[in-house]
Write a protein that binds this ligand. Sequence first.
Ligand code: SAM
Length: 332
Amino acid sequence: MSHLLLLSPAANRVYAGAAGSLVAAELEICTGLAATPVTLAEVDYLSFDAASLSSEELAAVARSSARLALFERAGDLLRPVALPTVDVLDDDFVSIPKYQGKTNEQFTRLLLNVTRAAAEPPAGRPVTVLDPLCGRGTTLAVAWTLGLHAAGVEADVKAFEAMGAFWKTWLRRKRLKHSADITPVRREGKSIGRRFDAKVRISEGELTATVFTGDTRDSAKLFGKKKFELIVADAPYGVVHGSRTDVKGVAGKRDRSPAGLLGEAVDIWAGQLAPGGAFGLSWNTLGLSREKLTAMVADAGLTVLDDGPWLRFGHRVDSSIHRDILVARRTS
Ligand SMILES: C[S@@+](CC[C@H](N)C(=O)[O-])C[C@H]1O[C@@H](n2cnc3c(N)ncnc32)[C@H](O)[C@@H]1O
């Protein structure tokens, strides 16, 4: 039986152009189904063959980053297939915030989905997603939407404050039972920054989030012994805003490139991954080649997934950004 997946419109035209092949690679990783883009009466779909879809496959399709509707194809007719509800929070939690530097929300969901598919965490253990470059929290909001706990680190205090303010307002407006507070962090009597802690009650239980202000290279110090099942980040692109780059300086060095930052941070993040956990990073290949990043991640003791659909995520964002995804697993 041939199935047709209609993709949600993407706000960004360039991303919309790439979405078909990106979601096809995502589906192959998350469901094993081989999908190809097709156009029918001038409408684009992803097409795949499957005798009948299991409940796990239907849930994976429902969770995928850009699905709008699924149909079975019967000759010239399309029969709608009901998809299960998989999100535990309304999607406007992710879509309302709009700001310069926000990572595309469909892309963030894709990155989280494929990283999760690479992980083999012990069954029954709660899954926490750490975004150690969390900005205003797109990854963390997607994690909550998918029913996963969230944690983050961000050097830009304004971004941290904006995230805290939005989460508080949104949780209150939705009338969800929650707590959300920003408090100072003190070590040895000195103030070293702030933390945001939030909890929300959902029908399946409770979700938690913890975000620290600070340098991502201090992430292990900030979270102590806690290990994460998933670490997912969209690295700074090395783009200049006014006179400053989006990389928060590599201490004591002139190097303000994402490559310099990643060279120092990857080891620290790898040490924060739980056994069976997975690491997924999106980055600008114009500033750092896949070969170099693969070597950094392998040197940090992780196994990089570098064949088949894992190599089909490269796409153009604009003239100075070609984005790709690298996913790796911690096997021991
Ligand atoms: C591409 S943005 C991530 C945006 C985020 N996914 C969002 O949608 O809000 C990269 C983030 O890394 C942060 N950053 C850069 N260097 C950092 C550092 N050394 N430590 C912590 N955060 C850093 C930047 O402030 C920026 O928010």
